[in-house]
Design a protein around this ligand. Structure first.
Ligand SMILES: Cc1ncc(COP(=O)(O)O)c(C=O)c1O
Length: 397
């Protein structure tokens, strides 16, 4: 709220370059409508609707009782860093030691800290578009030059390696990859990841590999990381976390895996910003990573079931056509045949149909013509959303 004051707010210039994540704004608007008595189906926010697994909650509560309520080391508790080093070594087939792991409050700080620690004014960063909006926001914030790589529907939103190769030049400092991808559910196949490594060759370019959805691959798909390609480990910063895999969005915990000299600098950024990730959260994280994993598979199977129903339903709706996403929990239908632009359509669907979705343009300019729906809601609610969308298009198109 604006306040009358004789002192003008003198923001730093960089604040005008900071972007946002629209999901939180749409969520607020949807909640305001609900307070007026409206029924809204929430398909806007990217978080699992499941509870955190019981064994993890128990470990967190137990940790609170046992006094894990104090500061810990900035880079994370040694036992969690060790557990994560073992997990990444096993799942990515590389040798990782605990001094290469930095634990932070969520996946997002790894994006921020990577860009803060590597990007100077004028450095170019190649990033997926449509893509997670925080990449472009952070690149601009630090004065870097964002270089979008356009993801195309015809390729199931998997990036074209030749296009990527043509964007690399002497100013390229960082390439951001994200597979499985938000917002499209696109997945980079292993052979393309190997070709990307080939295109980078022996250039001194770093790769931020955002693998936060690595455990959410459908139809038996297997995750593959660019960190696993021989020669790429020391040029890769792997981002992974607990938010999506273990339904732990509100606990705030993620991690980066990177060469130890860079890990030291990320740790300095942690000391300067957060001091450390919450200690009891990290103790719960040890249980999440080492304990029973059956809930992870159950959640993935349920997301796949919902994806199948929702995509099939969308394809029956006038003006919508939708590819089958291969991972994550989003669907990204083409809505250009409705004759509407994405943002006004998302607004109208919220206001008039009671379905909250995000405009594809929330994920960059190349998201025009698409909407993003999260299938992290019950099958009943997804079916009701389909009925509402169908009714709305029958009346309005
Ligand atoms: C691609 C991607 N990376 C990172 C994050 C950040 O996750 P966290 O909530 O752990 O900060 C998200 C969350 O939506 C995401 O979609």
């Amino acid at each position: 709220m604006e306040r009358a004051t004789q002192y003008e707010l003198q923001l730093a210039a960089r604040m005008s370059r900071l972007g946002t994540e629209t999901a939180f704004e749409v969520l607020n608007k949807a909640r305001a409508l609900e307070r007026q008595g409206r029924s809204i189906i929430h398909l806007e926010i990217g978080e699992p609707d499941f509870d955190t697994p019981a064994n993890v909650i128990e470990a967190g509560v137990d940790a609170l009782r046992k006094g894990w309520t104090h500061y810990g080391p900035s880079a994370g508790l040694p036992e969690l860093r060790q557990a994560l080093a073992e997990y990444v070594s096993r799942t990515r087939g590389v040798k990782v030691t605990s001094d290469e792991v930095v634990v932070v409050p969520g996946g997002k700080p790894i994006i921020f800290f990577t860009i803060l620690s590597l990007i100077d004014v004028g450095d170019e960063v190649i990033y997926p578009n449509p893509g997670f909006p925080i990449y472009e926001s952070m690149i601009r914030y630090v004065g870097g030059t964002p270089v979008p790589i356009h993801l195309h529907e015809e390729r199931d939103f998997s990036l074209d390696v030749n296009s990527l190769a043509s964007l690399i030049n002497g100013h390229t400092k960082l390439i951001i990859l994200n597979s499985p991808q938000n917002p499209t559910g696109g997945v980079l196949p292993r052979r393309d990841i190997e070709r990307i490594a080939n295109a980078i060759g022996d250039r001194n370019i770093m790769v931020l590999s955002d693998e936060i959805y690595s455990r959410l691959l459908f139809d038996g798909g297997e995750h593959f990381s660019i960190m696993s390609v021989p020669g790429m480990q020391e040029r890769t910063i792997l981002l992974d976390g607990f938010s999506k895999t273990y339904a732990m969005t509100g606990w705030r915990m993620g991690y980066g895996v990177m060469r130890p000299d860079l890990a030291t600098h990320m740790t300095r950024l942690m000391t300067n910003s957060n001091s450390c990730t919450a200690s009891f959260t990290q103790v719960a994280g040890i249980e999440a990573i080492r304990g029973d994993q059956s809930s992870v598979d159950r959640m993935r199977d349920e997301f796949q079931r919902r994806r199948d129903v929702f995509v099939a339903g969308l394809n029956q709706i006038n003006g919508f056509s939708c590819r089958m996403p291969k991972g994550a929990f989003y669907v990204f239908p083409n809505i250009s045949k409705t004759g509407w632009k994405a943002k006004p359509l998302a607004d109208a669907l919220l206001d008039q149909a009671g379905v909250a979705a995000l405009s594809g343009t929330s994920f960059g300019a190349f998201g025009e013509g698409y909407l993003r729906f999260s299938v992290a809601n019950s099958l009943e609610n997804l079916q009701e959303a389909l009925r509402r969308l169908d009714r709305w298009t029958q009346t309005n198109l």
